[in-house]
Ligand binder design. Structure first.
Ligand code: GLU
Length: 368
């Protein structure tokens, strides 16, 4: 069973109901401060933390005095614009006393559907984490329309976990785990501690109910668990309402843990290997040897480039005789790759007329 103390890269999803008072729509400040304490502790021992936070719409509607069970799309987009700026400021203010810098990252569904944009958000989130920053992610509700939006942050959090290659995802929720039936209506319902596989039986147990503020019910949490575990990320559902919810989870608070089906690096390699290549890069013997030692493919080792591919597209990597070594995602277009083939990385800017990345195919984007 996964344990929070082992997390290297952790995504935490914070639901609206935890952040925003159900009456009045004000921010639950003390709670947020206690969450920041937990994050600071995790960061201090080397765990990288990404927060996926809901609450923009709930906060914004409080400010604007928009009531009603559900708002029309235009009003929720307007509420999100008002609420998001407060949400981001609130995180910044609670993290700063711990010496932590917050970053706001707003994404839409298209950012994960389009490979280039996906790779771009992955790179940016990776850079933020390497700089010690705590990214605060939410859906860009102000521009996302009904047809093309995540809609719920359980799903978004799972996608973020996949994007950053997280090994753990914690859904801080209004329930303390996954139950055999809806505990609100069925007294015989019991919580399951560990779920190793999401079977049809497990699926049948997930009802559809959510709380007043949050969008996701158990069904969406189960979908999130499927996405995360398939990508090698363990997922926990636990109650978030209490103070210091992450510390509580670590100390054994009730939760359900979903077991990952693989590890993030292997899942990513399988994903890359399964794509249809759009071109081929042939490498010289020195580069082939370097690749087998786990190095990135640099322009200097490229002997020939064929095909028409764009940035982020899959390419076959072959040795000088054309035998396939593996494949990877190119950081350059085919045209650019031809222009820099055989050149030293420090000559890239001179060859292209603009600066570029040192590797043509980065080791993280390669499956051999
Ligand atoms: N993105 C929405 C917000 O910040 C929340 C979606 C959800 O509750 O899952 O208000």
């Amino acid at each position: 069973m996964a344990a929070l103390k082992d997390a290297r890269r952790l995504v935490v999803k914070i639901g609206s109901a935890l952040l925003v008072e159900s009456a009045g729509g004000g921010l639950r400040h003390d709670w947020l401060e206690s969450l920041a304490e937990d994050v600071a502790q995790l960061r201090a021992r080397g765990t990288e933390v990404v927060l996926v936070s809901s609450g923009s719409i709930a906060l914004g509607r409080g400010v604007l005095g928009l009531s009603g069970a559900s708002l029309p799309l235009e009003q929720s987009q307007a509420a999100a614009a008002v609420g998001q700026i407060r949400l981001a400021r609130a995180y910044e203010e609670v993290l700063a006393p711990h010496g932590l810098v917050a970053a706001q990252v707003l994404v839409t569904l298209e950012d994960s559907a389009d490979r280039r944009r996906y790779l771009n958000s992955r790179a940016t989130l990776g850079t933020l984490l390497a700089l010690g920053v705590v990214p605060i992610v939410n859906e860009n509700d102000t521009v996302a329309t009904d047809e093309i939006r995540y809609g719920d942050n359980d799903r978004l959090a799972a996608q973020v976990a996949v994007t950053v290659g997280a090994d753990q995802l914690v859904l801080l929720s209004d329930v303390d785990g996954f139950y055999t039936a809806n505990p609100a209506v069925d007294a015989s319902a019991r919580r399951i501690d560990v779920i190793d596989a999401i079977t049809p039986e497990i699926e049948a147990m997930a009802g559809d109910a959510g709380s007043g503020l949050s969008k996701g019910g158990m069904k969406t949490k189960l979908m999130a668990a499927r996405t995360a575990t398939a990508a090698g990320c363990a997922l926990a559902i636990t109650r978030g309402m209490r103070q210091n919810p992450l510390l509580a989870l670590e100390k054994g608070a009730p939760a359900t843990w979903f077991t990952p089906q693989t590890d993030p690096a292997s899942a990513r390699k399988r994903w890359i290997a399964a794509m249809k290549p759009r071109g081929e890069i042939r490498v010289d013997a020195g580069a082939a040897a370097a690749l087998s030692r786990g190095k990135s493919l640099l322009p200097a080792g490229v002997a020939a480039v064929s095909g028409a591919f764009g940035r982020g597209d899959p390419v076959a990597i072959s040795d000088a005789a054309g035998a396939k070594l593996g494949q990877g995602l190119s950081r350059y277009t085919a045209e650019e790759a031809r222009a820099i083939a055989g050149r030293h990385s420090s000559d890239i800017e001179a060859a292209l007329g603009y600066p570029g990345r040192a590797a043509i195919v980065h080791r993280d984007d390669m499956a051999l």
